[in-house]
Structures are given as C-alpha cells and as structure tokens.
Design a protein around this ligand. Structure first.
Ligand SMILES: *Cc1c(COP(=O)(O)O)cnc(C)c1O
Length: 369
C-alpha cells in the first residue's frame, strides 16, 4: 500500500500546471537527489525497475552466448532481463540466512562464458557484497545489484545500490517509495549512465535533434509527473522506513509466542534493514500444502497475503524453455514452499498487526501438528 500525503499530491499537481511533462526539470532533480541519497555519481530514471534492468544488460553489452549468474529466489524480472538480450541466466542457490545468492555457489558456477553476476537484495537484506566483489574482481566479471527491494538498507554507512558496478531500483506502489510506476539505474560509471540515457530515449544522444537516432533504443522514459512524486517521496523516505521498522517490530512481538511454528524475519548483522515486505517462514516440519492452507485461512478472514517468492526456475516458461524441475535448487525450494508475505505498509497500526497475528495463530490450529 502506498503512503501518499497531501504534499505528494500537491507536488504532482504542480507539474500539471507546467508545460514540461517529460524530459523536464523534475527528471533532473529526481535523478540528482536520488544519486545523492544512494551515494552514486549517476542516476538515470526510467519507467520501471524492469526497464532499468534491461538497460543495464544492454548498456553493459551482455548478449548472445554470455552467461549471467543469478538467483532463482527473486521477482521474475531479475532473470528475465538476461533473456531479453538472449544471454543465459545461470541460477545458483541461496543462503538460508538472508535468502540472497550464496557466494560459494557463485564461484562454482563460473565458466569461460560468464560475463556478470546479478545479485538481489532480497526483502531488504543485503547480499554478501564483499564476497561477491572479491569473486567478480578475481574473474573479471561485471557485478550488478538488483536493489529494488532494499531502498534505504545500509551497511557501515553504505546504502543499497552502491555496492556493485551498477544497480537498479523500482518504484511500483508496494515498494518503500513509489512513483506509481518507475525505476532507476544508478552507477559510478558515467559512460554507462550516458548510454542508458540514450537507450531510454529511442537511441537519441543528448545534444541531438529530436529525430536523430544513433542506436536502437527504447521508450523507457518516465514522466515529470512521476518524478515529482519521486522527489516528494524521497524526502519522507527515512520516516516511511522507520514506520515500516515499527510495523516489523509489532509483528515480531505479536508472533513471539509461536516460535516452534513461525520463524519471523531475523535481523542481519551490521545491516540497517529497510523492510520491503514482511515474510514469515513456517517451521521445517510443515510443507507447501500447510502454507497454502494458512494462506487461505488468512484470505478467508479478509487478510491479503501471498506465497512469496515462487521459485523463478519453476515458473511455467522457465521449465519449458530450460527443463528446470523440482530439486534443482533445494535451499530456494525449501524456503519458497514455506514463506508467506503478510500485509505490510508504513500505514499499518499496531491494531492492524495484532489482527493479522491473531488470525494467523488461529490458522495454525488447523494445521497438522
Ligand atoms: C520490484 C522489483 C523489480 C522491478 O519491478 P518493476 O515492477 O518493473 O518496477 C525488480 N526486481 C525485484 C527483485 C523487484 O522486487
């Protein structure tokens, strides 16, 4: 659920009173403020996180025959972007603790065709960027951060989006901050930012006349209306993040008396997590059927929740195209069968959280013990 204030609404309305609804001053302002927040030199705003991922692939010249090592426990876009450029996603399993990619398994998957590692900061946890950086440097690989779920997470003063060669964010309404639809590519590499600016705008170069196209580009532009909302949301992001942290604490307290059944999300050492979702995990003795029964119980009581994430490698078209099957990535599958994302937003009250916890605990009574 988005957290929109009167100030956000006014910011949007003000743009509507100007003639510049695209490629205007709000675009530049949003990019500059965003880069300053994340701690990168450059930020390039686009119309979705998926578009940003695609521009990363195209901008880094990842193409046919290249392999990109990535995680099967993510939103589908982080793997699809590799397919957009006819490269091959090479999945490796995750760490049970953070649910992010396992660096030891990354090393084992490197071949002469490996071009990049694309790791995801899952649910707000930070991937092991120190280990991933060492592997990338040793094997001369590009390192890409999908930080769409970790806007504002930080380790030792460094924020999500600043750990790899480039990173992407998304601003769909369920993220920590929203622009309605939108995304951002951030990097310290000016040449990548320049290429992304051209590719998002039909292959035009900055100084060009409007109808000169230097390369095959896309229309991945974001409007100044969306950017104005982004600027306004960014301003209150720290406040929204701390309210989400409060909601997470209420959940943790509310579920503290069922530790044998429900594992609540753990803290991450040395990391200030900016929570994207609140995903509980049923104890190992339960299975996917139990989780689905619990999900249905909550839904029957008017509580929206979802099994999150389903494994990417088991999605219908990945099975068909690549022959993936159950058992390929056991850690990911074990976790994916037992997770449940509970309602979560900065707008939830202690009472809202208590109701979810009570209904969930009631639902546990129906599961086999
Ligand atoms: C939200 C998200 C994206 C981007 O999604 P869009 O809907 O295209 O903005 C990419 N990767 C992950 C892991 C996400 O959670």
């Amino acid at each position: 659920m988005p957290d929109l204030s009167e100030e956000d609404i006014q910011a949007v309305v003000q743009v509507l009173r100007t003639p510049q609804l695209s490629l205007g001053p709000k675009l530049r302002e949003f990019e500059q403020k965003f880069a300053a927040f994340v701690g990168t030199k450059e930020a390039v705003a686009v119309n979705s996180g998926t578009s940003a991922l695609h521009l990363v692939m195209r901008g880094l010249q990842i193409r046919d025959g290249d392999e990109v090592i990535t995680t099967p426990f993510s939103f589908i876009a982080s793997a699809n972007c590799i397919l957009f450029e006819r490269a091959k996603p090479v999945f490796v399993d995750i760490l049970p603790s953070t649910m992010c990619i396992d660096p030891a398994k990354v090393s084992a998957a490197i071949t002469p065709r490996t071009k990049a590692i694309l790791a995801v900061d899952v649910f707000g946890y930070l991937a092991d960027w120190k280990a991933l950086r060492a592997i990338a440097d040793k094997h001369h690989l590009l390192l890409i951060e999908d930080s769409c779920e970790a806007m504002g997470s930080e380790r030792a003063g460094k924020r999500a989006g600043s750990f790899a060669d480039c990173a992407v964010f998304g601003f769909y309404p369920n993220k920590q901050m929203t622009t309605g639809e939108g995304g951002m590519l951030v990097t310290d590499r000016p040449e990548l930012a320049k290429m992304a600016r051209s590719l998002r705008n039909q292959g035009r170069d900055d100084a060009d006349a409007f109808l000169i196209h230097h390369r095959l580009g896309f229309n991945y532009r974001i409007s100044d209306i969306n950017c104005a909302l982004g600027i306004s949301q960014l301003k209150k992001l720290p406040e929204m993040i701390s309210r989400r942290a409060q909601v997470a604490r209420w959940y943790r307290e509310g579920l503290a008396d069922v530790p044998e059944d429900v594992h609540v999300p753990a803290d991450q050492e040395e990391v200030n997590i900016s929570w994207f979702v609140y995903v509980i995990r049923l104890a190992d003795r339960y299975n996917a059927r139990d989780r689905d029964a619990l999900k249905q119980h909550l839904r029957d009581h008017g509580i929206g929740c979802n099994a999150y994430f389903p494994c990417i490698h088991l999605q219908p078209f990945y099975r068909e195209a690549f022959g993936f099957k159950e058992g390929d990535f056991p850690v990911t599958e074990h976790i994916a069968e037992r997770t449940l994302a509970l309602p979560f937003s900065s707008r939830m009250s202690e009472k809202d959280v208590a109701k979810v916890c009570e209904t969930l605990k009631d639902g546990l009574l129906y599961l086999p013990s």
